[in-house]
Design a protein around this ligand. Structure first.
Ligand SMILES: Nc1ncnc2c1ncn2[C@@H]1O[C@H](COP(=O)(O)OP(=O)(O)OP(=O)(O)O)[C@@H](O)[C@H]1O
Length: 315
C-alpha cells in the first residue's frame, strides 16, 4: 500500500527527513515512532500528498506521489487524523461532517449512512445536532476520527490519535483502530505512546530523520536486548548445564542455584523460530531434568526505544 525509497524532505537547507525506506502492506497497522522533531509528521504529509518530497520515491496505493493527478487520487483514498483538529465551531456536528463529505464529492446517501454509522460508533449520536463549540478534547478527537473515516479511506494516517484523551475515550479509539484493521484498512500511526504502539502495531519503524530500526515490536525488543529465557529445575547438575551450553540455539548460559538463565541465538541473524525455547525444554526433559518453571525475561518496547534512540544521541 505504501512504498517509499530514499525519501527526503528538506526545508530551506534543513533536512527533516533523510533518505528513509518504508514499506507498509495492505491491512497492516504500521507505527512510526521517534523523538520530537524526528520527521514523523513530515513523513505523513509527504505520503498523504500534502507536501512534495525533495528526494527519493514514494508510491501510495500504487500511485506516484510526485504526479499531480495521482496525488489528487491519493488524497481521496487516504484519511488523516492530525494532532490538532479544526472544526467550524459554530456549526453542528452534522453540518461539519456533511461539509467534509461534500469536499470529497460523496453521494449524499452514502455520506449520510457513513456519518450515522461512525457517530453511533463513537458515541456522538446524541450530540449530532449540537454545535461543536464547547466540545471536550475527547469529543473533538472522536469527531475528528469520524470525519477522517466518512469518505471510506483505504489508508488512515493518524498522528497521536489518543493523546490528551481520558482512558475510556483512548480505549474507544484503540478499539476502533483494531476494528478498522479487521475491516481491511491500512493504518499508519505516529505515536509517542510506546505501550499503545506495542499493543496495536504489526510493525514499527523508529525514526530520527533516518530510520533507526524497522521490524515487529517483538524483534525490535530482541535486537536491543536479545532473548533471554529462565528455566528452573528441581535440581540442576553441571552435566545438564553443559548439555544446554552445547546446544546450537544457545549463545550463553548462566546458572544460579537450580535456575538456568539462557541467551538464545540473536534473532536478527538467526531464525528465531528455530532457536526455540521448546527445543531447550525438550532437551532438558530428554536428559532426565525435571522442570519447575519456564519464563522469558521481558523488556518493554519503551526500554528498547530508549536504548536505540539513546545510543544514537550518544554517538
Ligand atoms: N514547514 C516547515 N518549515 C520548516 N521546518 C519544518 C517545517 N515542517 C517541519 N519542519 C521541521 O522539520 C523537523 C521535523 O518536524 P516534524 O513535525 O515532522 O517532526 P515530528 O517527528 O512529527 O515531531 P513531533 O513528535 O514533535 O510532532 C522539525 O525540526 C521541524 O521544525
Amino acid at each position: 500500500m505504501i512504498e517509499a525509497r530514499s525519501l527526503c524532505r528538506r526545508f530551506n537547507g534543513f533536512t527533516a527527513v533523510d533518505s528513509i525506506d518504508l514499506q507498509v502492506g495492505e491491512g497492516e497497522v504500521f507505527g512510526l515512532l521517534g523523538p520530537n522533531g524526528a520527521g514523523k509528521t513530515t513523513t505523513v504529509r509527504m505520503l498523504a500528498c500534502l507536501i512534495r518530497p525533495t528526494g527519493g520515491t514514494a508510491y501510495v496505493c500504487g500511485r506516484d506521489v510526485y504526479d499531480p493527478v495521482m496525488a489528487r487520487e491519493i488524497r481521496g483514498m487516504v484519511g488523516i487524523l492530525t494532532e490538532t483538529s479544526g472544526f467550524y465551531d459554530e456549526l453542528s456536528v452534522y453540518k461539519n461532517l456533511r461539509f467534509y463529505a461534500d469536499l470529497y464529492h460523496m453521494e449524499r446517501k452514502t455520506a449520510q449512512r457513513n456519518i450515522d454509522y461512525y457517530l453511533r460508533l463513537f458515541d456522538l449520536w446524541d450530540v449530532r445536532n449540537s454545535r461543536v463549540a464547547g466540545f471536550s478534547r475527547g469529543m473533538r478527537q472522536k469527531l475528528a476520527l469520524t470525519r477522517c473515516l466518512v469518505h471510506e479511506p483505504r489508508i488512515l494516517f493518524m498522528d497521536e490519535p489518543t493523546s490528551g484523551l481520558d482512558p475510556e475515550s483512548a480505549r474507544i479509539v484503540r478499539d476502533s483502530i483494531r476494528s478498522l484493521k479487521a475491516g481491511g484498512r491500512t493504518i499508519f500511526l505516529c505515536t509517542h505512546n510506546l505501550d499503545e504502539a506495542e499493543r496495536l502495531c504489526d510493525r514499527i519503524a523508529i525514526i530520527d530523520k533516518r530510520i533507526l530500526k524497522a521490524d515487529t515490536p517483538q524483534k525490535i525488543k530482541y535486537s536491543a536486548y536479545g532473548r533471554r529465557v529462565v528455566i528452573r529445575l528441581e535440581r540442576l547438575s553441571d552435566r545438564m548445564a553443559s548439555i544446554i551450553h552445547g546446544m546450537d540455539s544457545v549463545r550463553r548460559v548462566e546458572s544460579e542455584g537450580n535456575e538456568l538463565v539462557i541467551d538464545v541465538n540473536d534473532p536478527e541473524t538467526d531464525n528465531a523460530d528455530i532457536a526455540d525455547v521448546a527445543d531447550i525444554v525438550s532437551t532438558i526433559v530428554g536428559a532426565g531434568g525435571r522442570i519447575q518453571y519456564v519464563g522469558e525475561q521481558r523488556h518493554t518496547l519503551e526500554e528498547a526505544y530508549i536504548k536505540l534512540v539513546g545510543d544514537r544521541v550518544g554517538h
